[in-house]
Design a protein around this ligand. Sequence first.
Ligand code: HEM
Ligand code: HEM
Length: 181
Amino acid sequence: MLKNTEKGYGLIAIFTHWLMALAIFFMFGLGLYMVELTYYDPWYKGALDLHKSIGIVLLVLLLFRLIWRQLNVKPAELPGPKLEQAAAKIGHIALYALMFVIMISGYLISTADGRPIMVFEIFEVPALPWSFENQEDIVGDIHFWLAWVLMGFVAGHIGAAIKHQYINKDGGLSRMLKVNK
Ligand code: HEM
Ligand code: HEM
C-alpha cells in the first residue's frame, strides 16, 4: 500500500508527487507576483516569507522523496518504443534536477547577505559561512530562468501523461492517481 510495487506507485510516492506538484505551481505564481510588489505593499514581506518557508519544506520533501525512491522498487516502464522510454527516464531525472537546483538557488538568494531563513516562525535554517560576489543577482537569474524551464518540462510531462492515458490507453496517468496492488 505505502510502497511501490512492480505494477505501480505506492501511497507515499503518489501523495508526495501531488503535494509537491500543487505547491510548485503555487510557488511559481507567488514568485512572479511577489517580485512585482513594492516595499509599501502590506504583502511585501509576508509573501516573501511564505515563499521561502514553503520552499524549505519543499526541499525537505524532495530529499525525502529521493531517498524513498531509492528504498523502493521502480514500477515497470510503460510500454512503448525504446526511445520514448529513454525520454521518460531522462525527463524524470531532469524534473528532479530542476526542482533541486531551483530550491538550492532560492536558498542561496535568501542567505546571500549571511542572514538565516526563518521557516514559518518555527525554526531557522542558517546561511552558509561563505558567499561569493554578486551572489544574490547571479543565483537570482538562475532561479528565475530555471523556474521557467521547469514549467516547460512540466508541460511536456503533462502532455506525456495525457498521451499515455488517452492515446496509448495504458493507464499511464491512473498509476499516479491510485495505488495498484
Ligand atoms: C520549486 C520551487 C520554487 C519555485 C517554482 C520558485 C519560483 C520563483 C519565481 C518564479 C520567482 C520570481 C523570480 C523573478 O521574477 O525574479 C522566485 C523568486 C524568489 N524565490 Fe523562489 N521558487 C522556488 C523555491 C524557492 C526556495 C526554496 C527559496 C528559498 C528558500 C526561494 C526564494 C526566492 C527568493 C528570495 C526570490 C526573490 C528573488 C528576487 O527578489 O529577485 N524560492 N521564485
Ligand atoms: C510541478 C509539477 C510536477 C512535477 C515537478 C512532477 C514530477 C514528476 C516526477 C519527478 C516523476 C517521476 C516519479 C518517479 O518515478 O520517481 C513524475 C511522475 C509522474 N507524473 Fe508528475 N510532476 C508534476 C506534475 C504532474 C501533473 C500535473 C501530472 C498529470 C497531468 C503528472 C503526472 C505524472 C505521472 C502519470 C507520473 C508517473 C509516470 C510513470 O508512471 O512513469 N505530473 N512526476
